[in-house]
Design a protein around this ligand. Structure first.
Ligand code: ADP
Ligand code: MG
Length: 586
């Protein structure tokens, strides 16, 4: 086995590594570190999230710094403030035995004056987000003309976030003599374009699937109706009282909506997405890190690079648009040698995407049934029993014991236990007794089998026979524009000047997006959700149907509980308090 000693690292760094408890280098570290220490070269290194890329560039960078000079010698560009802080923090730990080495983080949303002051004191290494970095160079606060190493970390994500121009501008202020090291989890076309544009004969290193900290993730999926995603999440959470999870949503709107619903249902959850201010995002992240929040409901961009150990579940509220992103999501769990689960909630029309993801990650998914109400009640009950067994007796209650004992004198031990557990158990039991059924499907039923799944939405479009369409050519036209397969567009009905069609309700945003400003033969194409979802035999019923279905169970539930447990909702306070109880002991 390769050791850190054999890579050529300095005694100072080796000591820091020992303090960090890293036993042996990860594959990407093993491959990059010796090369970067020995040769002055550009490099492109590709390795999944969680494979230790920070140290792979961090160790050689630190060892390359001339401590006798206070000039800025190394620059790391990274996509988000969160990552910037994480990298800075890691580098400080790696370089703790170098007295004169200073690393400064530069990112937006924080005081520029403070950052300028830190830089003035001398920052041999700067870790920056592109936007703020460009700004500080333009204001002559930072001089990077002398840097010898520039690192583009999470290059794929920086490009996704539209930082290409900023990076180009920043690098134009640096010398041609420097070396550029690019680290990325994936290599989309755009990344190879930067590699060509900014680098000279880069050495290329690609590390396979091996992942130091995500090796123990199991992948599972549930097939539900489009409107049952939330109920599915709720069941998963109720069946796992100690869950500590990130729920990934495709859009900011969904992240906000799901977080709000969870909070309303009494869970400890919070949204994390780009519409929050930087300060709000920091607050959310800190609370999550401290486990004051049990579920983070996030968009991919906002959650990128989050490095929190102990996450038990990653829940994919929907699959990401680009399947490559799935790896980033699932890599948030199963870290630091612990086991984790990555759960995906899909509708029938999305099952085929699971196969694509399987091919990409080289791992199989198992299809699971959502836990039944009975199963949930049972798990909650034994979880509570477990908590009680683990609870230390608080002797402040001693003085009250005689009175309490008198209170229960009449009851047998058996009855006391029954009554005691009923307090908690009834909350879940009453809820699930009446809970709406979550529609579940098996993988082999096909989407187009003609049944009404209730998760389609019917659209009106202002083109028809007059524009030369019949139903077949209209279907082809729609599926091409929407990039859906044949079954993705249904119930096409072409009239003279307009037409109707159905898509899965999950694809509504896509339809709206694609046709937002669409021209056909010089005419503006207009697409709207039809008011009468029934017309033309459409399955939908999205508007009215949705609401009545959402509301009823809640009302029934409240009614059932109001006598015994005022205001309490299932899952809520119990989940939170037992979670916090557990925390305090740790
Ligand atoms: P990446 O940038 O590839 O996503 P990170 O650099 O953030 O991965 O590392 C992921 C986690 O693994 C961090 O908590 C880091 O401290 C830890 N780590 C890095 N290298 C090692 C190693 N050789 N042994 C054990 N843990 C490591
Ligand atoms: Mg990283």
């Amino acid at each position: 086995m390769t050791t850190f000693e054999s890579l050529g690292l300095s005694p100072e760094i080796l000591r820091a590594i020992e303090d960090l408890g890293f036993e042996s280098p990860s594959e990407v570290q093993e491959q990059t570190i010796p090369v970067l220490l020995e040769e002055s070269t550009d490099m492109v290194a590709l390795a999944q999230t969680g494979t230790g890329k920070t140290a792979a560039f961090g160790f050689p960078l630190i060892q390359n710094i001339d401590l006798n000079s206070k000039k800025t010698q190394g620059l790391i560009l990274s996509p988000t403030r969160e990552l910037c802080m994480q990298i800075t923090n890691e580098l400080k730990q790696y370089s703790k035995y170098y007295q004169n080495l200073s690393t400064v983080a530069v990112y937006g949303g924080a005081s520029i004056t403070d950052q300028a002051r830190q830089i003035k004191k001398g920052a041999q290494i700067i870790v920056a987000t592109p936007g703020r970095m460009k700004d500080m160079i333009q204001r002559n606060i930072i001089d990077i003309s002398n840097i010898s190493i520039c690192i583009l970390d999470e290059a794929d994500e920086m490009l996704n976030m539209g930082f290409f121009e900023d990076i180009k501008e920043i690098l134009s202020h640096s010398s041609d003599q420097k070396n550029t090291w690019l680290f990325s989890a994936t290599m989309p076309k755009e990344v190879s374009i930067i590699a060509k544009k900014f680098m000279k004969n880069p050495k290329e290193i690609t590390v396979g699937q091996k992942n130091i900290s995500t090796k123990s993730v199991s992948h599972e999926y549930f097939i539900v109706g489009g409107r049952d995603r939330y109920s599915a999440v709720k069941r998963v959470v109720d069946a796992n009282p100690d869950i500590y999870a990130v729920v990934f949503c495709r859009t900011k709107r969904d992240a906000q909506k799901v977080a709000e619903k969870l909070i309303e249902d009494g869970y400890s959850a919070s949204a994390l997405h780009g519409d929050l201010s930087q300060a709000q995002r920091d607050m959310v992240m800190n609370s999550f890190r401290r486990k004051q929040i049990q579920m983070l409901v996030a968009t991919d961009v906002a959650a990128r690079g989050i490095d929190v150990d102990d996450i038990t579940h990653v829940i994919n509220y929907q699959l990401p648009d680009e399947i490559e992103i799935y790896t980033h999501r699932s890599g948030r769990t199963g870290r630091a040698g612990k086991e984790g689960k990555s759960l995906v909630i899909v509708t029938k029309s999305e099952v085929r995407k699971i196969k694509q993801v399987e091919r990409m990650i080289g791992q199989k998914f198992t299809q699971e049934e959502l836990p039944s109400g009975d199963e949930i009640c049972k798990r909650q009950l034994f979880h509570l029993a477990d908590e009680i067994k683990k609870t230390e007796i608080n002797h402040a209650i001693d003085p009250f014991i005689p009175n309490l004992e008198a209170e229960f004198e009449e009851l047998s031990k058996e009855d006391i236990i029954k009554k005691f557990f009923s307090v908690e158990f009834s909350r879940f039991h009453n809820y699930y007794k009446n809970a709406p059924k979550v529609v579940q499907h098996s993988a082999d039923e096909s989407y187009s089998s003609g049944k009404d799944y209730g998760d389609e939405t019917r659209f009106f479009i202002n083109i028809g026979e007059k524009d030369g369409f019949d139903w077949m050519s209209m279907k082809d036209f729609l599926k091409d524009q929407l990039e859906l397969d044949r079954d993705g567009v249904a119930k096409v009905d072409v009239k003279n000047t307009f037409s109707f069609f159905n898509v899965a309700t999950d694809d509504v945003e896509k339809v709206e997006g694609v046709f937002e400003s669409f021209m056909l033969k010089g005419r503006h194409v207009n697409v709207e959700i039809t008011k009468d979802q029934k017309s033309g035999g459409g399955g939908g019923g999205r508007k009215g149907g949705d609401k009545s279905r959402d509301r009823k169970p809640r009302k029934r539930f409240d009614k059932n509980n109001s006598s015994d447990f005022k205001g309490k909702k299932p899952g809520g306070s119990n989940v939170k308090s037992s979670f916090e109880r557990r925390r305090k002991k740790n």
